[in-house]
Design a protein around this ligand. Sequence first.
Ligand code: BES
Ligand code: MN
Ligand code: ZN
Length: 502
Amino acid sequence: MQVKIEVSPVEKIAADALAVICFEKAESQTPGSTAGAATSDPALAAQSGWLEELRSSGEFTGKLYEMATLYRPEGVSARRLVVIGGGKPERFSPVEARRVAGTLVRSLKCKGVRGIALLLDQAGNADLVTAAAEGAILGSWEADKYKTDPKKNDKQIDAFTVATPAGELETLRLALEKGRVIAEAQNLTRDLVNEPPNRLTPAVLVEAAKSMSADLGLKCEVLDQEAMEQLGMGALLGVAQGSSNPPFLIAIQYLPAVSSGPAHLALVGKGVTFDTGGISIKPADGMEKMKYDMAGAAAVIGAMKAVGQLKPGIAVTGYIPTVENMVNGNAQRPGDIVTSLSGKTIEVLNTDAEGRLILADALTYANRHGATHIVDAATLTGAIGIALGHHNMGAFTNNQPLLDSFMAASRAAGEKAWQMPLEEEYKEYLKSAYADLPNIGGRHGGSITAAWFLKEFADPTPWVHLDIASTAWIDDGKPWLSKGPTGVAVRSFVQLAMDWKQ
Ligand code: BES
Ligand code: MN
Ligand code: ZN
């Protein structure tokens, strides 16, 4: 799907469907005032009585994402005028603009529409343009790659235009382009997560990272099993030893042409291409979903794709430990003690707590390769969904200022993260009688013990850990988004790099 920008008066906009945003009526509207704009084009609303008629019929109230279609109304050259609810006008932000665009794409593509134009009245609001472009591209993504229905391609939108009656074209074009780059990167993440585990093994993830890097001229280095043995990555290798698909550690590097300071941001992503649990095996019911246990890795690849194009002023390296957590005659046992790259010994009490084991070695590796700040994303614990549900990623840190910057970036990018505690007291949950650390704590605070475990390997570098286990996948689609992989964390990662202040 192509995204375009157009600055022109509403009557000139040609499209199969022209969409205008109409808001809920402001509660205390003084008669005759236009406060709480009725639509994204007041002129259009004023010149015909259609909006009032729609409202009085009760068919349309302006509630968020509500839709009504009018055919060939006066004063419009587009064939259809689609009215879409914008909710309360004072609450309309890029978050709503992103979802409005996605909802339009998803509902109109089934109706034979090929070209959509969305009218945004707040001319010159570049953030709304970026968000609308993102929403349209994210909305067009489907999880049906392996369905063979030949008519699938008939139901897609070819072009999505963001239209404004006024505004500086070049500024808006850049804003649109930024949205396109980010959303296409996020869709790459979703493509990777959506791949079934027989097709996407660690070696295939390596190929995906290499091909993305080659396209953008990023350096991509890969450690194979032998190299990791030489270095002594016992924690990562212990997880991998139960699979016949060999493990890798990928490093994708972006260096700015003109560096604005000494900071070097490491993005680390958990890349378990399938998690059976190992000998501490998972129940059969729902195990198929464990193909998304590499969503953190895919988010890092997506973020690096966007970073390679948007070129922030800070150096960014993506580190991806990738393994398959399987069961064979050589599989790791509960009770095994492994020596991590850091030198710390770990008693593996549960082979299903494998993410933290592979991340431990990746964090040490990032630290040894000059990371000054680290952010990791991992589908780490089921417990984070118990704590936060599906709307927020859990965010943990050993450095409050870095977490504050991350939270600001993620808010600006329209993703939600919630800070979880990581206080000294929790350390006592992680005691091993026989090694430096166990890989699990007790029943309580499961996401916190997992984060505490990672902290032992991230310290003393400022670090943020994102537990995305409950946000990287949605079982039910939304009007603006397909079910399946969400591509969460990509936009926050990119925004953090772009907004970096040295
Ligand atoms: N990959 C899982 C976590 C997970 C659960 C991701 C549900 C997505 C959805 C992780 O490797 C795991 O198995 N964690 C265990 C930890 C436990 C053994 C301490 C868990 O959460 O049950
Ligand atoms: Mn597991
Ligand atoms: Zn896992």
